[in-house]
Design a protein around this ligand. Structure first.
Ligand code: ADP
Length: 340
């Protein structure tokens, strides 16, 4: 659906050249939600703007639905852009126009008939849950409602792809949840392909099928979300995982643990109650598992369980127990290896 091949983008600032994107390649399948995560300055905004050629890549090729955008003339590019909707952190609404007109005016500019415009505005305001606010002005809406108008406006052109540029970054956690739910609904019910950029791991976890992690204009890691975030390889991905880690144990508590043994993080992908692995470890390997903390992360397609466990026992028995747990498909990391 979207294919970026060896995209490089340089900006000239005075005598300096800023390499915002450095040989980035990725492909997004039809109907999936693909996320790019990275800290500020990583190149995410530049990348998303290359997809609809709001930024022209210095080098590389952009394909949307098999069409090479770089080769298109202005008119054809405009036509192809109709397939691509976009929403932004700042909503970009017309402040002097009503909710209805914010959706209707761009359709009018695109040359749609009055009837069709009415039909589309009604349909998409209903989908985003704002039918009763059609005559309100943006200043009378909450941040979440403004983003819903922006989503209705993007959808009203009936695009095949929705680009989301930090769409929930300015919203509080509850409103963020409701907008993420809406994006999931749009993806599933309208079959829209969504490409989003964010600096928040939780957004990727909730929405995305696959993810790319960006740093200094490069993709340092990409793959299915559960794989990338349960077994991070690059330092930057580990930092994202670490930043969201729930288990920050007080030093005083750690001092109360028995000296013989180790503290391990166990990650269970696809939670199953059929394998009592820790109980097995206790009876077979002669170690005592003491569960310190635990929780379940809900990814888009998978639940992932996390346990922080102290395994008390002699070193060779602890090693045998860890090997057994790993052999059961549990991802085991000793405390201290988490950032390693
Ligand atoms: P992110 O979205 O991940 O914060 P950006 O794509 O905005 O990253 O920026 C990547 C790099 O490119 C940064 O160093 C930024 O300062 C630079 N950059 C982005 N846009 C421009 C521009 N129009 N002119 C000059 N430098 C830019």
């Amino acid at each position: 659906m979207i294919e970026l091949k060896n995209i490089t983008k340089n900006y000239k600032v005075g005598k300096k050249t800023i390499n915002a994107l450095d040989n980035v390649s990725l492909s997004v399948h039809k109907g999936e939600i693909y996320g790019v995560i990275g800290y500020s300055g990583a190149g995410k905004s530049t990348l998303i703007r290359c997809i609809n050629l709001l930024e022209t890549p210095t080098e590389g090729e952009v394909f949307v639905d098999g069409i090479k955008l770089n080769d298109l003339n202005k008119n054809d590019l405009q036509q192809t852009r109709q397939k691509i909707g976009m929403i932004f952190q700042g909503y970009n609404l017309l402040t002097t126009a009503t909710v209805y007109d914010n959706v209707a005016i761009p359709l009018k500019l695109a040359g749609l008939s009055k009837d069709l415009i009415q039909q589309r505005v009604k349909k998409y305001l209903e989908i985003v849950g704002l039918s009763d606010r059609a005559s309100a002005f943006p200043a009378q809406l909450s941040g979440g409602q403004k983003q819903r108008v922006a989503i209705a406006r993007a959808l009203s052109h009936e695009p095949e792809i929705l680009l989301s540029d930090e769409a929930t970054s300015a919203l509080d956690p509850t409103t963020t949840e409701s907008i993420l739910d809406l994006l999931l609904e749009i993806n599933q019910e309208l079959g829209l392909t969504i490409f989003l950029i964010t600096h928040e791991l939780s957004v990727i976890q909730r929405l995305c099928d696959r993810v790319a992690v960006m740093q200094d204009g490069q993709i340092v890691e990409q793959g299915p979300v559960v794989d990338v975030f349960t077994q991070p390889r690059s330092t930057i991905t580990k930092t994202f995982v670490q930043d969201s880690a729930k288990y920050k144990l007080p030093a005083k508590f750690l001092q109360t643990l028995p000296e013989e043994g180790v503290l391990i993080h166990c990650t269970f992908v696809g939670i199953s109650s059929t394998k009592p692995a820790l109980a097995h470890v206790a009876t077979t390997f002669g170690v005592v598992p003491n569960i310190i903390a635990g929780g379940i992360d809900q990814f888009k397609n998978e639940s992932v369980g996390n346990l922080l466990v102290h395994l008390e026992g002699e070193p060779d028995k602890v090693i045998a127990a860890i090997n057994y747990l790993s052999g059961q498909g549990i991802i085991v990391k000793k405390e201290g290896e988490i950032n390693g």
